[in-house]
Design a protein around this ligand. Structure first.
Ligand code: ADP
Ligand code: ZN
Ligand code: ZN
Length: 740
């Protein structure tokens, strides 16, 4: 009997920019619906593929039916990925200008690629079985009855005898009600400590209580830095829906853990997925709510492969799934802020405002500015700040000091001959780390022992210039050396123990689990002064910190990156929010800023806790300069052995626009709206002996930019094959880049 074979289009992961494309043709004895996971032969090996729409025009490969290979097998037991997931992938690939196979396969858990069909099935049934076992926890008779019955909380409490929900403040209740009855997308603009997380919790609970199959996704910038959030979701929902109902998805998990979470979400067993940006591509067949916490955080933008913005994709996905989307922040990105202007002015997001802090501490910390022009020339700590820190420590309160530069000193220098600790492979200096006496390049990783003497002239007196967190910690410990911790007097130490200064940054937390330990020490009160980078400014709920100081934040005011002030403002606001969380200490909370420009509008807005004022001023500048959100941008980056080769390739691709594309029929209109700037070296132009260049493309119209990029991509591929492209190592497009 002759077997009837069906042709399938299958997405596979092919090497970037490979000529075969990422949609290949295979045959199969049965017709498989799009979204089915299959194993297919590719070259000498077998690989994971996703059956895609039979759009033969897309597919490449053998056209001779006799030579089309058969698929290797189907991953039985995993339902096909649904149409909405497929649309999300198609959109992301198109918008971010990447091969669709690359985006689709990168969206799946890595371990799926390696497992055979039977192995996957075994894991799947195990995941579902665990879920069935823990899904319905029996209500214990000792559970208290739900209390507040008039509160909004009571309306969504399934009444299964759980601990009562906190009664919402009027602001929170209004926001929860609005999210419930309106369409969105929503931008929740809430001060630090205004209870945004509680709003997320109750929105999620509402959605899940209403529909027994509903799923919700909650995204956070970096899950390792927010274990408290994960904990709050577990505490709230595990008693209601069982341990299997809450799963995480982030890069800190092992491959088996990720697969398990992914399968649980895909099977609908997981009701809540907590994750970092990668979670945006998870398969959630009944997704009804997406929360993006700290939506302004740059880590939602991917820096490799498809350079997608998980926040922007969340809004798109919300539309696809008819799911509500809530973006939350105390300092929204200017893009989201602008999109949430009044509808009459063209706004598309609904802005929800929670200006008040929850609890007894109503007021926000006081911001103090120190004019460094009136301080001794090389002072790191001004006298007023140092005295304030001493006073806090003396009465048992904690301080937090931050500086956005790790290491001991950014450069070592020989005063005799002018030698500096440049990295031989990068256009950057190697940073001096005193703790292990190394010079480390923060760009290529090159690490060497500090030379005993100047490598060029032999002078033994080489000195550090500038300072990083390590030196700040050392310096501060010296300045506080004569202080004793209150209440530590003993016979052994009649005067008490010395003050403890600790540091948290990427260097101290390199080992897994060390961050948790260090944070615990701060919480336990074992640390008096905490020094660190922006890592400590984010999200942690330090109860006994009453003073936060930024010792040298001015750099961002003069940066060439137009987003630097926005980032600085949000970082300082966040840091401010760290102070005075404890009700008893709240009124003493202060944020100190040392600056040579203390009256700069950014600091004035910060002093007034005035994000809207800051945003209005920034948006006005951006509008005058036609910068995002008033224009759309893309960058093309090229790496090559020489800067000439990298720029030459980009400039040749740019020349092709005016030489060839202008002659294409119907393209004049699109091209007239797109500006291509000449190629320039990147900020750090050489890293690990590779020269890097970039070209900015700008348009007042997002649509025009999208059309242009779609058409220009094949031109870039073609130029790569000409002599101008021969020496290029790699190139990539970054749509809506965050760093220019
Ligand atoms: P945000 O996320 O806006 O910084 P949180 O949701 O973390 O704020 O809330 C700050 C603190 O206030 C938390 O300790 C939280 O438990 C508490 N909280 C939030 N909402 C309420 C409420 N309605 N009643 C009592 N406490 C609340
Ligand atoms: Zn020298
Ligand atoms: Zn280097």
């Amino acid at each position: 009997m002759p077997t009837v074979n069906h042709w399938l289009c299958v997405l596979v992961q092919t090497p970037a920019h490979a000529s075969i494309g990422s949609v290949l043709s295979y045959q199969s004895p049965t017709l498989l619906p799009p979204g089915t996971l299959v194993r297919v032969p590719l070259g000498a090996r077998e690989t994971l593929g996703v059956v895609w729409d039979a759009d033969a025009a897309q597919a490449t490969g053998e056209l001779d039916p006799g030579k089309i290979k058969a698929i290797g097998g189907v991953l039985e037991g995993i339902a096909p990925l649904n149409v909405r997931w497929q649309k999300l992938i198609r959109f992301a690939a198109q918008y971010y200008q990447r091969a669709i196979g690359e985006v689709a396969l990168a969206a799946l858990p890595p371990q799926l690629r390696g497992l055979s069909a039977t192995q996957v099935q075994r894991r799947l049934s195990r995941a579902v079985a665990t879920a069935a076992r823990v899904a319905q926890p029996a209500a214990s008779p000792s559970d208290p009855e739900p209390a507040a019955d008039g509160a909004v909380g009571a309306a969504v409490n399934p009444g299964s005898g759980r601990p009562p929900l906190p009664e919402l403040t009027p602001e929170q209740a209004a926001v929860v009600a609005q999210i419930d009855c309106e369409v969105g997308p929503f931008l929740l603009f809430g001060a630090t400590g205004s209870g945004k997380t509680e709003v997320y919790l109750q929105c999620v609970q509402q959605v899940l209580a209403r529909d027994p199959n509903a799923q919700a996704m909650v995204m956070v910038p970096e899950i390792n830095l927010t274990p408290q959030l994960e904990e709050r979701f577990r505490t709230r929902f595990v008693p209601l829906y069982g341990a299997a109902a809450v799963v995480s998805l982030h890069s800190g998990m092992t491959h088996p853990q990720r697969l398990k979470s992914w399968l649980a979400a895909h099977a609908g067993v997981a009701r809540i997925v907590l994750g970092t940006r990668m979670a945006i591509f998870a398969s959630l067949p009944r997704l009804q709510l997406i929360v993006v916490d700290e939506e302004h955080d740059p880590s939602y933008k991917s820096g490799e492969g498809a350079r997608y913005s998980a926040r922007d994709l969340a809004v798109y996905r919300g539309r696809l799934e008819a799911a509500k989307v809530v973006l939350g922040s105390a300092t929204p990105s200017l893009e989201s802020w602008y999109l949430s202007r009044p509808a009459e002015e063209g706004g598309r997001y609904q802005r929800l405002h929670m200006p008040s802090r929850v609890g007894q501490v109503k007021q926000l910390p006081q911001v103090r500015r120190v004019d460094m022009n009136h301080q001794p020339r090389h002072a790191v700590f001004s006298m007023p700040l140092l005295n304030a820190i001493r006073a806090r420590v003396a009465c048992g309160e904690q301080c937090m000091v931050f500086l956005n530069r790790r290491g001991y000193a950014p450069v070592l220098h020989c005063a005799d001959c002018g030698w500096k600790s440049a990295c031989p492979h990068c256009s950057a200096f190697r940073v001096f780390h005193k703790i292990d006496r190394t010079l480390r390049c923060h760009h290529c990783g090159l690490t060497e022992r500090v030379p005993r003497a100047c490598p060029t002239c032999g002078n033994v007196d080489i000195a550090p210039i500038g300072r990083g967190t390590e030196r700040l910690e050392e310096h501060l410990a010296e300045l506080l050396a004569e202080l004793r911790r209150p209440g530590t007097e003993s016979t052994e130490h009649p005067e008490g123990l010395p003050v403890r200064v600790a540091r948290i940054d990427a260097d101290t937390t390199r080992l897994k689990g060390t961050l948790e330990g260090q944070l615990a020490a701060v919480h336990a009160g074992e640390v008096d002064v905490l020094v660190g980078t922006q890592m400590i400014a984010k999200g942690h709920d330090f109860r006994r910190i009453t003073l936060v100081a930024a010792v040298n934040p001015d750099g961002a005011l003069f940066s060439s990156d137009f987003r630097a002030p926005e980032r600085l403002f949000s970082l300082l606001m966040q840091a401010t929010g760290r102070a005075g969380r404890d009700a008893a200490l709240g009124e003493r909370a202060e944020m100190w800023i040392q600056s040579f420009q203390p009256t700069h509008p950014l600091y004035t807005a910060l002093k007034n806790h005035d994000y809207p004022g800051f945003a209005a001023q920034q948006l006005q500048e951006r509008q005058q300069a036609s910068l995002p959100p008033f224009s759309s941008q893309a960058l093309v980056r090229a790496d090559a052995k020489t800067q000439d080769a990298a720029q030459g390739f980009l400039n040749a691709a740019r020349a092709a626009v005016s030489q060839e594309m202008v002659h294409w029929e119907g393209w004049a209109e699109v091209l007239s709206q797109v500006t291509l700037y000449p190629a320039v070296p990147m900020g750090i132009q050489r890293v690990a002996n590779v020269e890097r260049a970039q070209m900015l493309i700008e348009s007042p119209s997002r649509t025009a930019l999208q059309h242009f990029l779609g058409a220009w991509q094949p031109v870039l591929h073609a130029v790569r094959r000409t002599p101008e492209g021969r020496d290029v190592i790699r190139w990539a497009i970054d749509v809506d880049p965050l760093a220019i």
